[in-house]
Design a protein around this ligand. Structure first.
Ligand code: ZN
Length: 334
């Protein structure tokens, strides 16, 4: 064999001559949008990681009960979270150059004593230019510390959807996951390492049916219909194996796969690739849900871009999922 290389004897390079691969160089610089994270709770260095890996725009979600110290929660506690995010957003953009917009919502993971006060205040927040989504919200099968009846939760979720409709904003749904089971559990008094949450404070479920995580999503979709909100304005975050078929077949909602903490919820780029293969890229997005209370990875979305390609997804579909769909729905990252 004659080798074009001046190597002492043929190397792999000589054998591989005819097997040149087209590398997806476009993906190296493809801008992307993270439609669901809590980056305002992360460190400066973590936010810099978003910028370093090409994040063009993000929706920082301010609604989680993880950050309200008092339980049960009062409206003023959640309002403080919204105001904190508004207070810091501009400086975050100026530090890191990506666009940082806000999602404000009422999360049902813990009971709020006077939610009507929040709903009343929310209308004015919806008019702010930096608020691009309502959420994350959606009924939750069981709460932390103090349970919240299903009817009350549903009313709060539907009221937010009515506001979204009135203000032409999309809604980010928090769909509950059926966490992957490693087959072994940790000492109950310690809880799950990597998820900062005191164990033993979870309450009895308020959804008794067989598949509470899926039932919760169905109740949310019903609430959207009752609120008169177009389903294309609903983005179901934490899409997974348990809810993909229902959401794709029976609704017009978008599905956003959360891949920033795969170790916890078991969803990764392979699930996204499967969904694109089966349903096409038109209603699919990816988010990181990165937050300071979780072991999360700000590089997750960039990694997923490469991983999708390796799994056989073409560049055009990847671009649609990580950039164009979020642009269209949230009107950001233009
Ligand atoms: Zn979240």
């Amino acid at each position: 064999m004659t080798s074009p290389h001046p190597t002492a004897r043929p190397t792999d390079a000589a054998h591989l001559e005819d097997r040149d691969v087209d590398l997806p160089t476009e993906l190296l610089n493809l801008p992307w949008i993270d439609v669901h994270n809590h980056a305002h709770t992360l460190s400066w260095d973590d936010r810099e990681r978003y910028a370093l890996s090409g994040c063009r725009s993000m929706v920082m979600v301010s609604s989680g009960y993880h950050w309200t110290p008092y339980k049960p929660v009062q409206a003023s506690d959640v309002r403080y979270l919204w105001d904190d995010a508004i207070n810091r957003r501009g400086a975050i953009e100026r530090n890191h150059f990506f666009e940082a917009k806000l999602g404000l919502g009422i999360h049902t993971g813990v009971r709020i004593e006077n939610p009507d006060e929040l709903l009343e205040a929310m209308a004015d927040y919806c008019d702010l230019e930096e608020v691009v989504a309502i959420g994350e919200t959606g009924v939750t099968p069981s709460q932390h510390v103090s349970s919240w009846g299903l009817d009350e939760q549903r009313a709060v979720v539907q009221a937010q959807m009515e506001l979204a409709d009135a203000h032409d904003l999309p809604v980010l749904l928090h769909t509950p996951n059926t966490s992957s089971d490693s087959g072994r559990s940790y000492r109950p008094e310690l809880g799950t390492p990597g998820y900062e949450k005191n164990p033993g404070l979870g309450q009895e479920p308020v959804i008794e049916r067989e598949n509470p995580a899926l039932e919760a999503v169905k109740i949310d979709v019903e609430a959207a219909r009752d609120a008169g909100l177009d389903e294309e304005r609903v983005v179901a975050s934490h899409a997974d194996e348990n809810n993909t078929e229902y959401l794709m077949a029976e609704t017009d909602c978008y599905l956003s796969y959360t891949i920033g903490h795969s170790w916890l919820i078991g969803v990764d780029a392979a699930d996204v690739a499967d969904a694109i293969d089966e349903y096409g890229p038109d209603r699919i997005m990816i988010d990181t849900d990165c937050a300071n209370v979780l072991r999360t990875d700000p590089f997750a979305l960039k990694r997923a871009i490469f991983e999708l390609y390796r799994y056989g997804i073409d560049e055009e579909a990847i671009r649609q999922v990580v950039l164009e769909n979020p642009r269209d729905v949230f009107d950001i990252g233009q």
